[in-house]
Design a protein around this ligand. Structure first.
Ligand code: S3P
Length: 169
């Protein structure tokens, strides 16, 4: 099994929840890229977007990824936009196994509407605006997400299935 497992996918696809369970199963350390950026910056993601802007956030995402690529036995939950800039998908594919957790725009909308996590990109959107936003952005992002080594359906997905997928490969 690769020493780094990157979980990728849209906001709300379950990367962090599945990632921490997967890490426990395969005895790897779990890292949430967003949390690591927040810890390093001593700011929350909304504060980073407000105070520094998205461009700076994307640069920090890239820096953190390069650091993680020097560490071993990690399951990494990436931010939804991380694979889509600065050759991040290529970097992840070169340094470990990438798994795209795929959900439909409708399923993502239902999860995000009920989520307590504050996400700057979708803040203040109505349900119909959110669905339109997800549909448009997902179409652009899937160009990158589809480069993952594994693509798995995210509905009812269990960490056990991911562990099996990795162990069988
Ligand atoms: C983002 C997703 C968020 C976080 C930031 C930007 C995105 O992470 O990195 O708000 O561009 O899709 P999650 O995918 O964990 O929500």
């Amino acid at each position: 099994m690769d020493t780094r497992i990157f979980l990728i996918g849209f906001m709300g696809s379950g990367k962090s929840t599945l990632g921490s369970k997967l890490a426990r199963r395969i005895a790897y350390q779990f890292v949430d890229m967003d949390h690591l950026i927040e810890e390093t910056a001593e700011l929350s993601i909304p504060e980073i977007f407000n105070e520094h802007g998205e461009e700076v956030f994307r640069k920090w995402e890239h820096d953190i990824l390069l650091e993680l690529c020097c560490r071993e036995k990690l399951v990494i939950a990436t931010g939804g936009g991380a694979p889509c800039h600065s050759q991040m998908m290529d970097i992840m594919n070169a340094h470990g196994s990438t798994i795209y957790i795929q959900l439909s725009p409708e399923a993502l909308k239902n999860r995000l509407i009920n989520s307590k996590t504050e996400r700057p990109l979708i803040k203040g959107k109505s349900e119909s605006e959110l669905l339109a936003f997800i549909t448009g952005l997902l179409e652009k992002r899937e160009v990158f997400y589809d480069q993952a080594k594994y693509i798995v359906k995210g509905i009812d997905l269990q960490a056990q299935e991911l562990a099996r997928l990795l162990q069988d490969s």
